[in-house]
Ligand binder design. Structure first.
Ligand SMILES: *Cc1c(COP(=O)(O)O)cnc(C)c1O
Length: 390
């Protein structure tokens, strides 16, 4: 193998797909409840997305940010209107979007002549694999071996407003949170907590940054998860589901914060090129035209209900949680069966799901998954649970 061994890969090669289903190189079909880790928003081989990408490729793939890019301007207008924010910057991944968020927060306070530079994040958070974003991440496993890590990051437990209040000081620039922690265990930031964090930020003039790289673009049943808490961040990061499989990241900020990213302060060669912006515009169009937020909420409720029924049958499932189609099933840690055991059994039965830590199953079907596909996945999961429990 000539590829670096950074991934513990499943023994499977996926070669094609359609909707919520994928095929391996032996022609075997699987229900895909991973969706490229919340990337394939519209499922596989969506005809509108494929057509839009082909059309754009036939006209212009890339032209550099030395020039005006109409698709980028359109996408910025769409996303900022949806999020109620001022301006957007485009990059190519989630970690890069968070890097931009950290940079703009520091620059904002630098421009004001303030000494605020520190970013507070939550334990169990995941913000990416760059030196800056792995330092922001509240999990030691991503940091080991990569020191020296940059200063300016502090972690606090999620949903603990008292600890957060006592951690905020005159150096705090921003509080960065996932409204629902994906990688870290499908842990929900309570609406009351998010509202209290928003109020704390307002009180001290601190920026609220929400990392919606996994939760955004409809994944949680609303375009952005923050809508469900009735708050709005000052800075918002997006990536995974935004391009439906074409790499694109975005960092949105309020008008006053965005003013700190003047010419020469930040950039990206590929960021926001005509191809990736066309893909993202098409994803937003199709979500809207096919009422996929509604489907996401309904199928999410169906999936959670089905998992709750499985929990009654298999006490190894301790808790079912999540929002929309970002759903987790936390396992009884004392039972001796890990998420990996169940995931293997599911795969052998034709269902692809992923873990969120060693003891949580994570299910992320495409937003246009059908009711029949949800039922079939639940039946396959039940069979896998029966197998590992026996
Ligand atoms: C996946 C993810 C990232 C990192 O995104 P990459 O595109 O892999 O760099 C950051 N934050 C959250 C919440 C994520 O789920």
């Amino acid at each position: 193998m000539s590829v670096m061994p950074t991934y513990a890969r499943y023994p499977l090669t996926l070669v094609s797909g359609k909707g919520s289903r994928v095929c391996d190189d032996a022609g075997r079909e699987y229900l895909d409840f991973i969706s490229g880790i919340a990337v394939n928003t519209l499922g596989h081989a969506n005809p509108q997305l494929a057509e839009a990408i082909c059309r754009q490729a036939g006209s212009m793939l890339h032209c550099s940010n030395l020039f005006h890019i109409p698709q980028q301007q359109q996408l910025a207008a769409r996303l900022t209107a949806l999020a109620g924010l001022g301006r957007a910057f485009f990059c190519n991944s989630g970690a890069e979007a968070n890097e931009g968020a950290i940079k703009i927060a520091r620059k904002y306070f630098y421009d004001k002549g303030s000494k605020r530079r520190t970013v507070i994040t939550a334990t169990q958070s995941f913000h990416g694999r760059l030196i800056s974003t792995l330092t922001a991440t509240g999990q030691d496993k991503v940091k080991i071996g990569f020191d020296p890590l940059p200063p300016g990051f502090v972690h606090v437990p999620l949903n603990d407003i008292a600890t957060l209040k006592s951690t905020v000081n005159e150096h705090t620039a921003a509080i960065m949170l996932e409204p629902l922690q994906g990688e870290g265990g499908v842990n929900i930031a309570n609406a009351g907590y998010l509202q209290a964090v928003r109020a704390l930020c307002d009180e001290h003039g601190i920026l609220l940054m929400l990392d919606e790289i996994q939760t955004g673009i409809g994944r949680c049943g609303t375009m952005f998860a923050f809508e469900q808490a009735g708050i709005r961040p000052d800075i918002l990061t997006l990536a995974k589901g935004l391009g439906g499989g074409v790499p694109i990241g975005a960092m949105l900020a309020s008008e006053s914060v965005a003013a700190s990213f003047g010419p020469g302060t930040h950039g990206s060669t590929f960021g926001g090129n005509p191809l990736s912006c066309t893909a993202a515009l098409t994803v937003l169009d199709v979500i809207e035209q096919q009422d996929m937020l509604d489907n996401c909420r309904q199928r999410g409720a169906q999936l959670k209900q089905g998992l709750a029924a499985l929990q009654a049958e298999f006490p190894i499932i301790r808790e079912v949680r999540g929002a929309g189609l970002l759903v987790g099933a936390a396992l009884d840690e004392a039972c001796g069966i890990t998420a990996a055991d169940i995931i293997t059994a599911c795969r052998e039965g034709g269902l692809l799901i992923l873990p969120a830590g060693p003891h949580v199953l994570r299910l992320l079907p495409p937003l246009n998954v059908t009711a029949a596909d949800i039922d079939e996945a639940l039946a396959k999961l039940a069979a896998a649970l029966k197998g590992v429990s026996a």
